[in-house]
Design a protein around this ligand. Structure first.
Ligand SMILES: CC(C)(COP(=O)(O)OP(=O)(O)OC[C@H]1O[C@@H](n2cnc3c(N)ncnc32)[C@H](O)[C@@H]1OP(=O)(O)O)[C@@H](O)C(=O)NCCC(=O)NCCS
Length: 186
């Protein structure tokens, strides 16, 4: 089956951020995101540093965001990695859908612990969704988060996602939120 499209941009700037593809300078930040127990608390726990290093060496930093709609969130002034952000497709064979065929646009976000509480995840997500709204036809966007992940639930609600159901995946209860893509347009 042909992958449905997501946005085609590879670089988008906002007031404080640059959404861009990963570079070799992101290596330490990428390792931190995968190994920090706070960041990974609701994402299956921290991964062993050695495994993460070997994976990055194998695919290259650029390989981690090579998929369309997948970005590093970087500080606009310093270019330092703040987090990762993606708008990809929710595979029909996973649980958590709002359409019969699945494959909805799915938003995901992860920020370094030191960047939480400054509105940067909100700024990055609204920038991405606004760009996607300008390029793609109106359609549902979904966001999945553990019901225990209160920070992520708050962010999803602030972005305008409405929680429509809960389901079990990875041994935890997940909340499914949805919003219309064009609700993010200007
Ligand atoms: C989920 C996650 C991205 C949320 O980050 P966040 O920083 O809380 O989200 P926001 O960018 O919306 O920031 C909101 C906070 O910034 C504060 N803030 C400060 N300056 C701000 C500004 N200029 N604009 C908006 N908010 C601002 C808000 O008051 C709020 O603070 P609070 O949490 O104390 O209420 C982050 O916790 C994370 O990376 N978690 C680990 C990964 C994860 O679980 N991802 C979910 C799976 S999809």
């Amino acid at each position: 089956m042909t992958q449905l499209p997501t946005l085609s941009a590879t670089e988008i700037a906002s007031d404080r951020l640059l959404l861009r593809k990963a570079l070799d300078i992101d290596r330490e930040g990428l390792i931190e995101l995968a190994t920090d127990p706070d960041v990974r608390a609701y994402l299956g726990g921290p991964r062993p540093r050695g495994d993460v290093e070997r994976h990055i060496d194998a695919v290259g930093a650029a390989g981690l965001t090579s998929a369309p709609g997948s970005f590093v969130i970087a500080d606009l002034a310093t270019n330092r990695l703040v987090g990762l952000l993606a708008l990809d497709r929710r595979s029909a064979d996973r649980p958590g859908h709002v359409t019969d065929g699945g494959e909805e646009l799915e938003l995901s976000y992860v920020l370094r612990r030191g960047a939480w509480g400054t509105g940067l995840a909100f700024e990055a997500a609204t920038t991405l969704l606004r760009a996607a709204a300008g390029e793609l036809p109106d359609q549902p966007v979904v966001v999945m988060t553990q019901t225990a992940n209160l920070r992520s639930l708050r962010l999803a609600a602030r972005l305008g996602f409405r929680q429509v159901s809960t389901f079990e995946e990875f041994g935890a209860q997940q909340a499914l939120g949805t919003a219309g893509l064009h609700s993010f347009g200007t």
